[in-house]
Structures are given as structure tokens and as C-alpha cells.
Design a protein around this ligand. Structure first.
Ligand SMILES: N[C@@H](CCC[C@H](N)C(=O)O)C(=O)O
Length: 294
């Protein structure tokens, strides 16, 4: 194996995350390595969060994010919590400033073990999301799937949380929709030139919501942090909820999102370590640490 890097297999309430320690190295985790790790049942993941040395003064690390299809992502809320938990366990530090391609994110591990990440400010302009054509009001855009006169899903809200999201509002159980069938069609719809994360959301009270997400580049996942943020912001914008909402995610876990008065969106939830190992960032060939849990 070439020069290997340590990694931790973790999850953010079921969102499968590999935290790769690329500190002190100039190379990056390649798409080929991502595909190889995802093809192995033991290391199958939704996102790789690669921790690199800081590029910008005032930040501790640069985080490179890869989806399981090998493409890059600008943001990953559940993955950021895993990064925080891994670094807090290593250093004893509780607060961190990270840089991602989407900007600088501040995060904190609380005394109860939950982790909050400031996911920055949402963006609503059609060019920011981006959409392929102008929509002046992104609280509801013209887009539907299913029979033309009886669409199954329609009129989503669209939001950028650094990455593109479409939120389809439903009244029925979120599990009654064939998201595995509609997700890929909507993710790759021509209206989304950079593809999009597709969420079905059912508001259950002004403070609660249930969501299911088809993630761009990863498919159905047990949770998606940026989708939770996008759903709450879109719900508050359309007066479906207030600005502080608890969400139930497909894995049964819960997340809390607060859209603060200063426009920043704060995502709070748990993170869990599963096992550690080392891998070759160019090929994805890996080995489990012998002292690591089975
Ligand atoms: N699981 C993530 C979102 C990951 C990125 C997404 N698939 C994309 O390509 O934008 C989260 O917790 O936010």
C-alpha cells in the first residue's frame, strides 16, 4: 500500500461518514478511492470528509467533501459533526473554525456530547442555487413529477445551503412516496444545472417536521444535515413553521435546526464513531486498525 492516511468510519444520526485525516499531506482523496471504499460493505459511506491543513488564517482545517459517487460537495452538515467529534476526542478542544469550498463554518461540541455547526446563511437567488432559468420567487417553483394532471410531487421550495436543495411539501406519510424512483429523476432534472438534493418534507407542527432525502451523489440516506437546514429555512419562509424546528430523519434520528435572527442556520445533533483504519487516498485500499471495534 502507498503512503496511507488514518480514517474513522462514523455516522451522523445514520448518515454514513468517513472522516479521513489528510493533515500534513499535499494529495487529495481521489474519486477512484471514494468509489472503491463505497463498493466495500464495511466502508460504504455517503460522504468522505477529508481534513486538510488550513489554507486561511483564522481557520483550523480545510475540509474537502466527496460524495459516494466520487463527486465533490460544497457542504455536509452531518459530516461536519463527525469531524468535530473526531477532532474534539483527539485534542480536547471544543470549538473549531473550518474552511470548506462553501466558506468558513464554526462548530462546537457541547457538554452533553451534541454538536452544533453554524452552516452559514441560506441563499435564495435562482442563480445562487443554481437554477437553469430565472425564477423570481424561489419559495415555490414550477416543477412536478408524475402524471401531468395529477402530479405526485410538485412546486418545491429551492434553497442553497452552500449546496443545492429542493424541498417538496407533502401531507401524507413521507414513506408513502417512491423517492428511490423520483429522486434520481429530480436530482438530474435540467432545471438543476449542478444537480440537486431532493427532500420530501411533512410539517407536523410549527416546531416539528419529518423529512426524507435523496442526496445528490449519494442517493437515499438515513439523514442529511443540509437538507434539514434547507427544509427549515424554506418552511419558515413559507410560514409553515417557525425558525426553530426539530426534525425526524429517515434513520429515526433527530436533528434541531435554528435559523437565527442574524440569518445564520445552526444545525445540532449527535455523531457516532464506529471503527478506525488507514487507507490509500489514491486507490481506496484500506485496513482496519487492530485495536478498533469490530
Ligand atoms: N449528507 C450531507 C449532504 C452531503 C452533500 C450532498 N450530497 C451534495 O452533493 O450536496 C449533509 O449532512 O448535509
Amino acid at each position: 500500500m502507498a503512503s496511507t492516511a488514518p480514517f474513522a468510519k462514523m455516522n451522523g444520526i445514520g448518515n454514513e461518514i468517513i472522516v479521513a485525516d489528510m493533515r500534513g499531506r499535499a494529495d487529495r482523496v481521489t474519486p477512484a478511492a471514494a468509489l472503491a471504499l463505497n463498493a466495500d460493505a464495511a466502508t460504504k459511506f455517503d460522504q468522505i470528509m477529508a481534513i486538510h491543513d488550513a489554507k486561511t488564517p483564522g481557520t483550523a482545517f480545510f475540509i474537502d467533501i466527496l460524495n459516494s459517487d466520487g463527486t465533490g460537495a460544497q457542504a455536509c452538515g452531518n459530516g461536519m459533526r463527525c469531524v468535530v467529534q473526531a477532532l474534539a476526542a483527539e485534542t480536547g478542544q471544543k470549538t473549531f473554525a473550518f474552511e470548506t469550498v462553501a466558506g468558513i463554518l464554526n462548530a462546537e461540541e457541547h457538554a452533553d456530547g451534541l454538536i452544533s455547526v453554524d452552516m452559514g446563511k441560506p441563499r435564495f437567488g435562482w442563480q445562487d442555487i443554481p437554477l437553469a432559468e430565472e425564477f423570481r420567487d424561489t419559495r415555490m417553483i414550477e416543477l412536478q413529477i408524475g402524471p401531468i394532471d395529477a402530479p405526485v410531487l410538485h412546486s418545491p421550495s429551492v434553497v442553497s445551503m452552500g449546496n443545492p436543495h429542493a424541498i417538496f411539501w407533502v401531507d401524507r406519510d413521507v414513506w408513502s412516496y417512491e423517492l428511490d424512483r423520483f429522486g434520481p429523476l429530480l436530482e438530474n432534472h435540467p432545471i438543476f444545472p449542478e444537480r440537486a438534493n431532493i427532500t420530501i418534507a411533512r410539517v407536523t407542527s410549527p416546531e416539528t417536521m419529518v423529512i426524507r432525502t435523496w442526496e445528490r451523489g449519494a442517493g437515499l440516506t438515513r439523514a442529511c444535515g443540509t437538507a434539514a437546514c434547507a427544509a427549515v429555512v424554506a418552511a419558515a419562509r413559507t410560514r409553515r413553521t417557525g425558525r426553530s424546528v426539530s426534525l425526524v430523519t429517515p434513520g429515526g434520528g433527530s436533528l434541531h435546526v435554528e435559523w437565527r435572527g442574524d440569518d445564520h442556520v445552526i444545525l445540532t445533533g449527535a455523531a457516532e464513531w464506529e471503527f478506525s483504519g488507514s487507507f490509500d487516498p489514491s486507490t481506496g485500499v484500506w485496513a482496519r486498525d487492530t485495536e478498533s471495534a469490530a
